[in-house]
Design a protein around this ligand. Structure first.
Ligand code: PLP
Length: 383
């Protein structure tokens, strides 16, 4: 069989299952109204929750860094890719969340992947316990670590505890998202910490969506729960901070281990200095932007009759993949950009419309979304 024939067959199967995707092409930034595929839409799918990716002070900081350091970093963090700004961003991020140190990777994906893989390679007698809804970068990190893996049912600390009890290894690493990227629910950090303490397990929390959104000052899961930091906290700059890159917040010693042994830190080109410059500016603006995000989340949740939550991720369950795609297309016709999220991002038959809120949305835009959502689901009922 020719390679293209193989690819075409697989694509046809994917398409028949309602899973084929075509990304929208943006010709503007992630503003509440964005130009996508040549048309203006009210955007309800960006992770630019605090509207910092489009904030003039963040853009100005990145521009200044481009002037000073150029467009690329020229090498990995260990060769030419560490600038003053990379170091300052690591220190500021550690200070922001309250950790001893923070290691900056080019993406959050790399931060998760490399942390798990490095720990797996350095620790004899380890089992990983991973929440069933954890992000793909955690799943992939577990796979490449080759460490024995137990997947516990989503949020089920009782099941986790019994798995920990029957483990055969000396060490255990429990991993959870802090704020789940598709369901928008918040992990029970305090309970998880108690379970880990009882079973002498390390805890790693991926706060990709919680940094800038959870806690009184947007410091993430630990602040939200009034809990101490987990052993390893992953933070990304690619969501609420509006930039790019991933931080591993941890002790100095674990940070040194990663800086020396994590393969994507050692073997992949660092972000250009414009990324840490944007992050430094963004960190200083979280407190100023958070109240407007909170207000918009509260407005949308109450209009949809949903319980209060600080999560800017609001999944609208549809179930059937084709129906989710149909509703998303109808919303597009009404001028709203809300993607249908399907397998493999969520389980088969559990497709959602994933709505995300930004600080810069207006009340009118949110009201428009609410009436459009009611309209597209109403039309389905009458069909
Ligand atoms: C929970 C979670 N962790 C990690 C990542 C990866 O972060 P990045 O996009 O910076 O690679 C994402 C991004 O989609 C995410 O949702």
């Amino acid at each position: 069989m020719k390679l293209t024939e193989l690819a075409r067959t697989r694509n046809d199967e994917w398409s028949a299952a309602g899973l084929l995707r075509q990304p929208g092409t943006f010709s503007t930034a992630q503003h509440p109204v964005a130009r996508i595929d040549g048309r203006d839409f009210v955007l309800f799918s960006s992770s630019n929750y605090l509207s910092l990716g489009t904030h003039p002070l963040v853009i100005a900081a990145a521009q200044e860094a481009l002037e000073t350091f150029g467009a690329g970093s020229g090498g990995s963090r260990l060769t030419t890719g560490t600038t003053d700004l990379h170091v300052a961003a690591e220190q500021s991020f550690a200070h922001f969340v309250g950790s001893e140190d923070a290691v900056f990777f080019a993406t959050g994906y790399q931060a998760n992947l490399s942390t798990i893989a490095t720990l797996g390679g350095m620790c004899d007698s380890l089992t990983i316990f991973s929440d069933s809804l954890n992000h793909a970068s955690i799943i992939d990190g577990c796979r490449i670590s080759r460490v024995p893996l137990e997947v516990f049912p989503h949020g089920d600390t009782v099941a986790l505890e019994s798995l920990l009890e029957s483990r055969k290894t000396e060490h255990a690493l429990v991993i959870t998202d802090g704020l789940f990227s598709m369901d928008g629910d918040i992990a029970a950090l305090t309970e998880l910490q108690e379970v880990c303490a009882r079973h002498n397990a390390w805890l790693m929390v991926d706060d990709a969506h919680a940094i800038g959104t959870l806690g009184a000052h947007g410091r993430g899961s630990a602040e939200h729960h009034g809990a101490p930091l987990p052993d390893i906290l992953i933070g990304t700059a690619s969501k609420a901070l509006g930039a790019e890159g991933g931080f591993v917040c941890c002790s100095h010693d674990f940070a040194t281990l990663l800086r020396n042994r994590a393969r994507s830190y050692v073997f992949s080109t660092a972000t250009p200095a414009s990324a840490p410059a944007a992050i430094l500016a963004a960190l200083g603006l979280v407190d100023a932007q958070l109240p407007r995000l909170r207000q918009n989340i509260a407005h949308l949740r109450s209009a949809l009759g949903l319980p209060d939550s600080p999560s800017p991720i609001i999944p609208i369950l549809v179930g059937d993949e084709t129906e989710a795609v149909r509703r998303s297309a109808q919303l597009k016709e009404l001028g709203l950009w809300v993607p249908a999220i399907r397998y493999p991002t969520v389980k088969r038959g559990e497709a959602i419309l994933r709505v995300t809120v930004m600080a810069d949305h207006s009340e009118e835009q949110i009201d428009l979304l609410v009436s459009a959502l009611q309209r597209v689901s109403g039309e389905q009922v009458s069909n």
